[in-house]
Design a protein around this ligand. Structure first.
Ligand code: TXD
Length: 319
């Protein structure tokens, strides 16, 4: 069987980490694309030289030419400009929309059968734009945010309860941004809902509220500390999990930014919901019952995504 081909568009901090992880896991041959000349080639050479030490077989090619992504099975897009301290994800919209146009066209021409995972911020708007510009079916273009946001939530909860992160199954819905919705009654530690653990006295409502707040601001906390960019290890790890679910037809239920039509009262919007990922890409959106605060928060999140899309569509007309 021929090796799979993974194209990484954007060879920056996340792109380089993605290449390293994909090579270590021998997911396939890797093409690292960037507009910066020399940089993807340099990173590819450096990474290839990990091969003899790690013992992986993967070709890693750095390029500035879209023709090299031809026939890719998976494309992971991080191209664009990351947040600087004090900048919101939405400030990035104008710059990154233009980038999505170029990337979308590259995918449409060279690998229209690929499964595309968008990471570039502002995520829910950029995944919409990438789908528009690439012309791929909606089930083949998804956004990575929920896996990362859930991992952040799970990390903080594991610290709070003093348990292994392996036993925490965290659930986050909505847009990627300050309006994301960590849902505590669907978040469990070995099957026990967090709300029940609070009732048992293992934590307090105040502490869980603090953790929800910290999760929502999880990206900004790291931007503030790094000062020169945004998080990259956990974002890359999250996208790799999504790519593996697709390549291995794993039917994992992962929170992804997917096109939701007819569920959650939506009539066609990219937003973060639990999604079955398998060989057909985003195969099914799982609709859960939202009540009370979670329902209201989800609506706020949906409205924020819609607002961002209006801005995007206005800019798009002038591109
Ligand atoms: O949860 C999530 N979705 C995210 C998103 C979590 C963390 C970071 N998130 C966003 O990912 C972040 O706000 C950025 O929009 C992307 C990429 O973050 P990264 O940290 O990898 O940014 P870098 O290091 O600046 O890399 C971006 C690369 C850089 O090398 C540029 O030269 C390149 O993108 N770039 C392009 N490549 C190809 N084509 C075009 N047009 C282009 N423009 C810039």
């Amino acid at each position: 069987m021929a090796r799979k081909k993974i194209a990484l568009i954007g060879a920056g901090m996340i792109g380089g980490t993605l290449a390293h992880l994909a090579a270590k896991k021998e997911m396939g041959d890797i093409v690292l694309f960037d507009i910066a000349e020399g940089m993807p080639q340099g990173k590819a050479l450096d990474l290839a030289q990990c091969g003899p030490i790690e013992g992986f077989d993967a070709s890693i090619k750095g390029t500035n030419d879209y023709a090299d992504i031809a026939g890719a099975d998976v494309v992971i897009v991080t191209a664009g400009v990351p947040r600087k301290p004090g900048m919101s994800r939405d400030d990035l919209v104008g710059i990154n929309l233009k980038v999505m146009k170029a990337v979308g066209e590259g995918i449409r021409i060279h690998c229209p059968d690929a499964f595309v995972i968008c990471i570039t911020n502002p995520l829910d708007a950029m995944v919409w734009a990438l789908r528009e510009f690439s012309g791929l079916p909606h089930n083949k273009v998804v956004g990575m945010a929920g896996v990362l946001d859930s991992a952040r939530f799970a990390t903080f909860l594991a610290w709070e309860f003093g348990v292994s992160v392996k036993d925490v199954n965290a659930f986050v819905l909505g847009g990627h941004g300050d309006t994301m919705v960590p849902v505590t009654n669907y978040t469990t530690v070995s099957g026990i809902p967090v709300d029940d653990l609070v009732k048992m006295g293992k934590s307090s409502k105040e502490k869980i509220d603090e953790i929800v707040k910290r999760t929502r601001a999880g990206g900004g906390e790291i931007v503030g500390l790094l000062k020169t960019g945004s998080a990259y290890y956990a974002p890359a790890t999250s996208a790799i999990a999504m790519a593996e679910a697709y390549l291995g037809d794993q039917k994992r239920i992962l929170p992804c930014a997917v096109y939701v039509e007819g569920k959650y009262g939506l009539d066609g919007l990219y937003v973060g919901v639990p999604t079955v990922i398998g060989a057909n890409g985003a195969e099914e959106v799982i609709e859960i019952d939202l009540e009370g605060e979670a329902k209201q928060n989800f609506q706020v999140s949906v409205d924020a995504v819609k607002e961002l899309l209006v801005a995007c569509k206005q800019i798009d007309e002038s591109l």
